[in-house]
Design a protein around this ligand. Structure first.
Ligand SMILES: Cc1cc2nc3c(=O)[nH]c(=O)nc-3n(C[C@H](O)[C@H](O)[C@H](O)COP(=O)(O)OP(=O)(O)OC[C@H]3O[C@@H](n4cnc5c(N)ncnc54)[C@H](O)[C@@H]3O)c2cc1C
Length: 442
C-alpha cells in the first residue's frame, strides 16, 4: 500500500496517534504534525505524544459500564491506546489507570518503530495543508493560528470555543409522581417539569450556593458568557436569580392545583428513544459528587442517576452533525477528516476511539470504497451516531454512556442491563469487524 499518498495528521494527541497507528500498521504512510515542544497549549506540559493532560484514569474497567465496554471494543480493534494502557497500568480499583509518563512513551515507541512509514514533524500547523487525505485531530486546545484557519474553512457558526454542558439523567431513574408534561403558555407538552414549592426551593438554593466547585484553569477564568452562566454562579447572585432564569415558573401551571409553581426545573428529551433527559440551563462547574447531592434535592430526582455530569470548560469543537458524514469526513470538502475531542466527543478514550475510526475510514477512502460504520449497538457506533446525528442546534460534547445505545428489548432489570448491552455490543462488533477486516486485508 506504500504507493498511496501519505496521510497528513495534525495533532499527536490520543486521536491523532490512534489514527496514525491504524494506518501505519496496515502499511500506509503517515506524516504527523505535533506542535510540542515548540509550542504548548495552556494544559499540555510534556513533549511526549498522547499526553494525558489531567487525570491518569481511563475510567471503569468493567464491560458492564459503557466506558469499560468502549475500551474492550478498542482492544478488539488493535487500539494503540489500549495496547499502551494495558502495559502501563497502575492499581486503581475498578478503574483502568496508567502511569501517564510511561503510557505516552509507550505510544510514541510503538509509532516510532514503524519508521519510515511513520514520520513525526514537530511543528505547529498554522494554515490548512493542501495534501489529502488530511486528518484534523488538534484537540480541545487547538492552537490559535489553526483555529483561525478552521474558522475560515468551516465558517465560525460551526466552531465553538467553550462547552457548557448540562447534566443528563436516565429517564428510568426519575420519579414521575412529582412531574408534569407541558411547554410554557400551553404551547405543547415538550418538557417534563419538576415543580418546587418555596421550602423545597430554599433548601435547594442553599445547598447549591454552598456546594464545592471545580476551580477553573487560569486560562479559563472569567470567560463565561452571560447566556450560559454556571447555575451556581447565578445562584450566588441572589436568592431569586434562578427563579428569573432557568428555574422560572412563568407560563406553567401545576395540573393538580391549577396554580403557578414557586419554581420549576425543566427536563427535555435528549434522544428519540426518550431514555435520557437534559436538565435545561443547568450547566455547572460543581464537582460530580456535589452535583449528585444537590440535584437529588429536586423533587422527582431524589434517586436520579446521571448519564453525564454538567461541566463548563475551554473546548474547541465543531458542529459535527452539520459538518461530518458517518465516515468522519467533511461533507463539503473532499478528503478532510476530523477525529478526537474536536468532533464533540468528551474524554480520553472517546477521543482515541474516534481516532481509531477515522484511521479505518481513511483507508476505505484511499481504496475508493464506502466506509462501513460500526452499528449503533456498539459503544464506538453509538458515539459516532451521536456526533453525526445529534440535534444540530443544541449540539454539546458527550461522553460514552448506555443512554446513547438503542434500547434493549423487553423489561430488563437495571442490574442486568449493563451486561446485556455489553453482550449485544461485542457480538455486533465482531460481525462488523469481520466485514471491515475482510476489506482491509483483501
Ligand atoms: C484541561 C483539560 C483537561 C481534561 N481532562 C480530562 C480528563 O481528566 N479525563 C478525560 O477523559 N478527558 C479529559 N479532557 C478531555 C479530552 O479527552 C482530552 O483533552 C483528550 O486529550 C483529547 O484528545 P485529542 O486527541 O482530541 O486532543 P489532544 O490529546 O489535546 O491532542 C491534540 C494535539 O494536537 C496538538 N496541536 C494543537 N494544535 C496544533 C497545531 N496547530 N499544529 C500541530 N499540533 C497541534 C496539541 O499539542 C496536542 O498534542 C480534558 C480536556 C482539557 C482541555
Amino acid at each position: 500500500m506504500t504507493s498511496l499518498p501519505s496521510v497528513v495528521i495534525i495533532g499527536g494527541g490520543l486521536a491523532g496517534c490512534e489514527a496514525a497507528w491504524q494506518l501505519v500498521k496496515r502499511g500506509l504512510r503517515v506524516r504527523l504534525f505535533e506542535m510540542k515542544p515548540t509550542r504548548f497549549s495552556p494544559a499540555h506540559t510534556s513533549a511526549n505524544l498522547a499526553e494525558l493532560v489531567c487525570s491518569n484514569s481511563f475510567r471503569a474497567s468493567s464491560i458492564s459500564n459503557a466506558a469499560g465496554l468502549l475500551k474492550e471494543e478498542m482492544r478488539r480493534l488493535d487500539s494503540i491506546t489500549m495496547l499502551a494502557a494495558d502495559k502501563t497500568t497502575v492499581p486503581a480499583g475498578r478503574a483502568l489507570a496508567v502511569d501517564r509518563q510511561r503510557f505516552s512513551q509507550t505510544v510514541e515507541e510503538y509509532l516510532t518503530e514503524k519508521k519510515p512509514l511513520f514520520e513525526l514533524i514537530r511543528k505547529e500547523v498554522t494554515t490548512l495543508p493542501e495534501e489529502r487525505p488530511l486528518l484534523i485531530a488538534s484537540g480541545p486546545l487547538t492552537s490559535d493560528a489553526l483555529t483561525e484557519a478552521l474558522k475560515k474553512m468551516l465558517r465560525q457558526d460551526y466552531l465553538y470555543f467553550y462547552d457548557a454542558i448540562s447534566p443528563l439523567v436516565f429517564a428510568e431513574t426519575i420519579d414521575y409522581s412529582h412531574a408534569f408534561w407541558a411547554s410554557r403558555y400551553d404551547e405543547g407538552a415538550d418538557y417534563l417539569n419538576l415543580p418546587l414549592d418555596e421550602k423545597q426551593y430554599d433548601r435547594f438554593w442553599r445547598a447549591l450556593v454552598e456546594a464545592d466547585q471545580v476551580p477553573p484553569h487560569p486560562f479559563e477564568e472569567q470567560r463565561y458568557f452571560e447566556g450560559c452562566l454556571p447555575i451556581e454562579v447565578m445562584a450566588k447572585r441572589g436568592r431569586d436569580t434562578l427563579r428569573f432564569g432557568p428555574m422560572k415558573p412563568v407560563g406553567l401551571k401545576e395540573p393538580t392545583t391549577g396554580r403557578r409553581p414557586f419554581a420549576v426545573v425543566q427536563l427535555r428529551r435528549e434522544n428519540v428513544e426518550g431514555s435520557l433527559f437534559n436538565m435545561v440551563g443547568f450547566q455547572t462547574r460543581l464537582r460530580w459528587k456535589e452535583q449528585e447531592k444537590v440535584f437529588r434535592l429536586i423533587p422527582g430526582l431524589d434517586k436520579a442517576e446521571f448519564a453525564r455530569y454538567g461541566s463548563i470548560h475551554r473546548n474547541t469543537f465543531i458542529n459535527s452533525p452539520s459538518l461530518l458524514t458517518r465516515s468522519l469526513a467533511l461533507r463539503h470538502e473532499e478528503g478532510i477528516f476530523f477525529a478526537g475531542q474536536i468532533t464533540g466527543v468528551e474524554g480520553y478514550i472517546e477521543s482515541a476511539a474516534m481516532g481509531l475510526l477515522a484511521g479505518l475510514s481513511i483507508i476505505f477512502y484511499l481504496r475508493r470504497q464506502d466506509f462501513v460504520p460500526p452499528p449503533p449497538t456498539t459503544a464506538m457506533g453509538a458515539l459516532l451516531q451521536y456526533i453525526t446525528k445529534a440535534n444540530k442546534k443544541e449540539f454539546q460534547p458527550m461522553n460514552v454512556n448506555f443512554g446513547l445505545f438503542p434500547p434493549l428489548d423487553g423489561n430488563v432489570p437495571a442490574r442486568e442491563r449493563g451486561h446485556i448491552y455489553a453482550r449485544r455490543a461485542l457480538d455486533e462488533l465482531e460481525k462488523w469487524k469481520g466485514k471491515v477486516w475482510s476489506v482491509l486485508e483483501g
